[in-house]
Design a protein around this ligand. Structure first.
Ligand code: NAD
Length: 387
């Protein structure tokens, strides 16, 4: 019998939904790029229902309990008195989502004596101290691709929202106004602008593809160059480094993982190189950007806008400066948690658990750490700090 500790976000304030806005969702055949969708032997949930909150339980309870496992689900994850901290010591498997991360620091991993598998229900495993996971030979897996296009769509929405000054204009309507001049004095067309992504993996490339029909000039920087065919198809300009990219574009979107190479990479020095009036959209991770540097660049109007849905820590405290800085269009961490994405990452978690309990290999693209090293997507997209 295994003990599985699952940390999920809280239910809606109004209670777990009884009804949903739509009765069904489109069914996809494959992910963009051809990877197949999660394929567990069965699912015990209704796709389109809220699965990522505590009562949704990722649809896993009946499956795990039929196998005789102990399944604990909680949203209580902060401090030494939390359910998470108390149950951690003898958990065999931990599941959490980046939106409401169960931070698995070096200290917490040292305290978890039985831990063998950590699953990210979603994409992005930076809330886990990967060096310690390597050292302790803990397997780390995520549901790669499950929400990449969800995030790409959110990033495109945010780029348009910033450039068109959508959110302040919406506020004028709600407040009973008709302030055309106030709204449009910060509103531009995206057409013709230079837009670039730092990181052109599943999300970054998804954004480039979606923006191509807008008549923008597309740029990217990544450790790995895309194929010549893709560069040609999207008319992409490749930049060897972030500095070259940042000083060229009007809109910079950030789509690389948070790891030692990228932590704090968007700092004062880099922001100063960007053209006045640039926009940044960061749906990757909050700590890729220096918190104060972003606030300062908005306050001095060097940046015209900043949007994203990733913060540090999460949930962001009420006084987090990004809640109150000028010209922002922040959301809580939701871009990868649409009901569409939840169905895919819940199925992906079940696929990983089925493989684990049957002693079968987990798909390579889901793996971040295994047998004491970065593997799969981990080897491609992450580095670890030297201990
Ligand atoms: P991916 O692995 O497909 O792509 C990541 C890309 O970043 C890779 O091409 C990699 O080469 C590149 N990269 C890594 N380090 C780099 C560096 N130092 N400089 C330049 N490029 C670098 O991952 P993905 O699915 O596109 O997701 C990217 C990240 O987005 C995730 O790691 C996660 O942090 C974040 N994410 C956020 C949400 C959300 O809900 N907001 C959801 C999913 C993923």
């Amino acid at each position: 019998m295994a003990k599985i500790l699952c940390v999920l976000f809280e239910d809606p304030i109004s209670g777990y939904p009884k009804n949903y806005a739509r009765d069904d969702m489109p069914s996809l055949l494959n992910y963009e790029g051809g990877q197949s969708l999660p394929n567990p032997s069965s699912i015990d949930f209704q796709p389109g229902h809220l699965l990522g909150s505590v009562s949704g339980e990722l649809g896993l309870r009946s499956y795990l309990e039929k196998l005789g496992h102990k399944f604990i689900v909680t949203a209580d994850r902060d401090g030494s008195d939390s359910v998470f901290a108390k149950e951690l010591n003898d958990a065999d498997i931990i599941i959490s989502q980046p939106f409401w991360p169960a931070y698995l620091t070096k200290e917490r991993l040292a305290q978890s004596h039985n831990l063998k598998l950590v699953i990210t229900a979603g994409v992005g495993s930076d809330h886990i101290d990967l060096s310690s996971a390597i050292h302790k030979k803990i397997t780390v897996a995520e549901v790669t691709n499950s929400n990449s296009i969800s995030v790409a769509e959110h990033a495109v929405m945010m780029i348009l929202a910033l450039v068109r000054n959508y959110i302040p204009s919406y506020k004028y309507v709600v407040e009973g106004g008709w302030n055309i001049a106030d709204c449009v004095s910060k509103s531009y067309d995206l057409e013709g602008m230079h837009v670039g992504t730092l990181g052109a993996g599943r999300i970054g490339l998804g954004i480039l593809k979606r923006l191509n029909p807008f008549g923008v000039k597309l740029h990217y920087s990544d450790k790995y160059r895309l194929t010549k065919d893709i560069e040609k198809e999207l008319n992409l300009t490749y930049h060897e480094n972030i500095y070259s990219l940042a000083q060229t574009v009007d809109v910079l979107t950030i789509n690389c993982p948070l790891h030692p190479e990228t932590e704090g990479i968007i700092d004062d020095k880099l922001l100063k190189k960007m053209r006045r009036g640039s926009y940044i959209v960061n749906t990757a991770r909050g700590n890729i950007c220096n918190q104060e540097a972003i606030v300062n660049a908005l306050q001095t109007e060097h940046l015209a806008g900043y949007a994203g849905d990733v913060w540090y820590p999460q949930p962001a405290p009420k006084n987090h400066p990004w809640r109150h800085m000028p010209n922002h269009a922040m959301t809580p961490h939701i871009s990868g948690a649409t009901l569409s994405a939840q169905a895919r990452y819940a199925a992906g978690v079940k696929e990983i658990l089925e493989a684990w309990f049957a002693n079968k290999p987990i798909r390579k693209e889901y793996l971040i750490v295994q047998n004491g090293e970065l593997v799969g997507t981990g080897a491609h997209s992450y580095t670890t700090r030297k201990s």
